[in-house]
Write a protein that binds this ligand. Sequence first.
Ligand code: CU
Length: 175
Amino acid sequence: MKTLSLPEASIAAALFTALSFSTLLMAQENMKMMDHGDMKKAAPVKTGDLELSGAWARQSFGKAVNSAGFLTIKNTGTSDDMLIGASSTISKKTELHTHIKDGDVMRMRRVKGGIKVPKGGYAELKSGGFHVMFIGLKAPLKSGTTFPVTFKFKNAGDITLKMSVQKKAMPRGSN
Ligand SMILES: [Cu+2]
């Protein structure tokens, strides 16, 4: 059996340390990436018949001045409600938008009237459909942060909850 001389042994040890360290870094990077996924959702808010959950907003990239937010609104009551507006301080304007198909292109439109939250059902604001549009961001939205948004309902009134900013890829022609 060949024994390593002292310099060889220390080189081997250094290599081993460097390798384990990079593996550790990679593992940490994976953890961070997982963190940006669905695990980090804002806490649901329940007010009267409505339960607002899964609220998140897309991290803004580069010099993007707009972003979008999403959530699910459950109505456990016996009458329909309507989401008629949203407001925040992170952007100059906060609007409710929808996507419409214009030929082969998906375009965004401001919601007219409101988004119905049916009794015993739910309304979903999700990528490619209804969303909250933040127009004219005052600062970039960074993943891992949260910010408050107030939702205005026809019957339930104002409900404020925190949206968590997440880093998620943007589907083509969507937001
Ligand atoms: Cu929009």
